[in-house]
Structure formats: C-alpha cells, structure tokens
Design a binder for this molecule. Structure first.
Ligand code: PMP
Length: 373
C-alpha cells in the first residue's frame, strides 16, 4: 500500500523525483566548482522561465514573503508613494510590508472574487504620482487571476515601477516579464517552480536596478539589501566563488534540475497544460454543483481553485472527511469567509490522474457530509 497521500494544496506541491534526488545529494561547499556551476545555470535558466532576457535574477534562502520583502526593501524609500492592488490576503500583506519601509500606501482592493479593472488603476495613476505599484498574479486566498499585461503597460506609461507577486503563478500561469514590461517578478520555490520550500526567487528589470542604484537612503533591511546580493549573483553567473550569506546549497541543486525540466517541457506547453488542468478541475467542481470564489471564468486561476462549500455542508466536517481521504487539500484563508470554501492546488507536475483522484476525494467528502447532487 502506498504510504503517502497526494498533496494537492496550493504549495508546497508534489515534486519531481529528479528534483528530490538532486536535493538529497550530499551537501557540497557553496564555493565548490560544481555548485558554482549549478547556481550559475539556475540563474541563467530563470531568465528563460521568466521570459526576461535582460533581467537580473536573484536566488536567496527564504520563502516567498522574503522575495516580497526584497522587492519592497530595495525599491521603496521612506515617503515614497506605493499603489497596492489587492485581490486577497497576499495583496493586503504587500500593503503592510511596504508601510514598514516607510511607503505611503494606497490600497485598491477588488471586491472578493474579482479584480480591479485596469481603467480604475489608470485613473488612480493619473490622479497622483507613484513610485511603485504591486499586484498579485494569482492571489492564493481567492484563486483570482489578474492579467498582468495591461498593468505592466500602465507602469511604463506612468513611470511607475511594477512588482508582480508571482508566488502562485511563475512557471504555471503565462508570464512574459520583458514583453509585458514588468519590473519585478517574484516567487518562491515550493509552488509551480517545483522545488521544496526555502528559496525566494526574483528577477528585476534594468529599470528596477537603476531605481535601486539611484536611491538616496540605505536599504532598510540588512539581509535583503541588493548591495550584498548583486555581487554574489554576478559572481556565480561568471562562475566565480562569492559569499554574503550561505546559500541553500541542496535547494539550489534542486532548482537547477527543476528549471531544466520546466524548459524541457517548454514555456508555452507548460502554460497550456496549466490552463487545461485548471479548467478540468473547475468543470468537475461545477458538475458537483460547487461555485467558485472568482466571479467569472476570465479571472479564474489555473494553478489553484477555490470552490465554496455547497449549501448545508460545514467546512469543518468537509475538512475532516478530506483528512481521512488519500488527498491533502487546504481550507479557506481569506479572513471573514475562510470557513465557507476550500482550496485545491493544481500546478507544477500535476497530471490528469491527479485531478481525477482529487475530484473523487472531493465527491467522497461531500457525500460523507450528507451532500447529494
Ligand atoms: N504571495 C502569494 C500569492 C502566495 O501564495 C504566498 C504563499 N502562499 C506568498 C506570497 C507568501 O509566500 P511564502 O508562504 O512562501 O512566504
């Protein structure tokens, strides 16, 4: 009998065996030639996965929140105005984070399940001037997907640095950082990038690096400061040893393998597969009579889904029933409505078989709760 359950939460996800093998190898020195090679390869491949040929990649030990922190700390100075577009929990987190670095934050919050229309964003950018604008590609609390392309164009038009929280989207949802003129695209290893938790990943545009270079005040976080990390990234890419803080050696080895697998699949094919898996799962949920948090198919994420419990089913009962199935799912996250829905991740290595197994587990749990469709 298999002793493990199918992990279908929106991160961490199930990882490819080749990645786990690389992560499980004997740890080497962070300045050993073969590790420098792996680090350098991973940096170069990030540009391809992010579709950001002119970008500066950063690999740091930490979670996605650190990647958010790195962008905020390096690009904001006390008194700067920042526009945060929020489609859920993680957008709200960005507002709080930027305030810590002294930004004056304007928060544009979408109604639950919807996005802020680009026209409304443009009206705000016309009304007052901003240094930086953040938006969440897929907010993992609502499964709402924002279209980053028009927002990147607005950032360019109004001279505002754009930061895309792609923690739940990079290497799953379509992102063309360079073409869409997005200055920073950040993520973490444990989601569609397909490496166990522990790496904060980010690619910054030349314009973002320029803004950072021209700062008048020191970066407010010692650890996140690009002054320390840029020389390290440059050195590894030039295959030279460097040190600021010890890198997560084994995870970086896993990252090299995972990025190679991702590029082997091809970015377009990978985006297409995620759209396919996402729509299969949503269709199955609708067949079961479940409604999604996102208000329309147009704003549904393909990396995870967030269905409401049907009438008469209590969240705690459903989660208990799922707990005794072979599939691991996540409960709700958005304050106020978190007990009314659950979340299923379907990103990275997810197969059609995984979707079918998950749908069967959801059906079984609903049935155990007395729900009949
Ligand atoms: N942003 C988004 C959209 C996320 O989904 C998450 C994690 N679920 C984060 C930021 C924070 O990442 P981490 O938990 O790795 O710090």
């Amino acid at each position: 009998m298999k002793r493990r359950k199918l992990l279908m939460i929106p991160g961490p996800i199930e990882f490819e065996p080749e990645v786990m093998t690389a992560v499980g190898m004997a740890t080497t020195s962070h300045v050993a030639p073969d590790f420098i090679e792996s680090f350098g390869n991973a940096l170069a491949m990030m540009r391809e996965v992010w579709l950001a040929p002119t970008g500066q990649p950063f690999i740091m030990a930490g979670s996605g929140t650190l990647a958010m922190d790195v962008a905020g700390a390096n690009l904001v100075e006390p008194g700067d105005r920042a526009l945060v577009i929020s489609t859920g929990y993680f957008g709200d987190r960005y507002a709080e984070l930027l305030r810590r670095y002294g930004a004056e934050v304007t928060l544009m919050k979408a109604p639950t399940g919807d996005v802020v229309r680009p026209e409304a964003v443009e009206a705000e950018l016309k009304r007052s001037s901003y240094r930086l604008m953040t938006f969440t590609h897929v907010d993992t609390s609502t499964a709402v997907r924002v279209d980053p392309e028009p927002l990147g164009a607005l950032g360019e038009k109004y001279g505002v640095i754009t930061v895309l929280d792609g923690v739940c989207s990079v290497a799953g949802e379509e992102i063309k950082q360079d073409e869409w003129k997005i200055d920073v695209v950040l993520t973490a290893s444990q989601k569609a990038v397909g490496v166990p938790p522990g790496l904060a990943l980010l690619v910054a545009s030349p314009r973002a690096m320029e803004v950072w270079k021209n700062r008048k005040t020191p970066v407010g976080s010692y650890y996140s400061d690009w002054t320390h990390w840029l020389p390290v990234m440059k050195a590894y890419e030039e295959r030279r040893p460097a040190y600021f803080g010890t890198p997560a050696v084994n995870l970086v080895c896993g990252l090299e393998v995972s990025l190679r697998l991702i590029l082997g699949e091809g970015m377009e094919a990978r985006f297409r597969r995620h759209r396919q898996r996402g729509s299969e799962f949503r269709e199955a949920m609708r067949d079961l009579g479940l409604r999604m948090i996102p208000v329309s198919e147009e704003v549904c994420a393909n990396t995870l889904s967030a269905p409401f419990y049907p009438e008469g089913v209590k969240g705690s009962d459903f989660m208990r029933a799922i707990g005794s199935s072979d599939v691991i799912l996540a409960g709700g996250l958005l304050p106020g409505i978190k007990d009314t829905y659950f979340r299923a991740g379907h990103m990275g290595s997810v197969t059609e078989g995984d979707i079918l197994t998950t749908v069967a587990a959801v059906r079984g749990a609903l049935s155990a709760c007395g729900y009949r469709k």
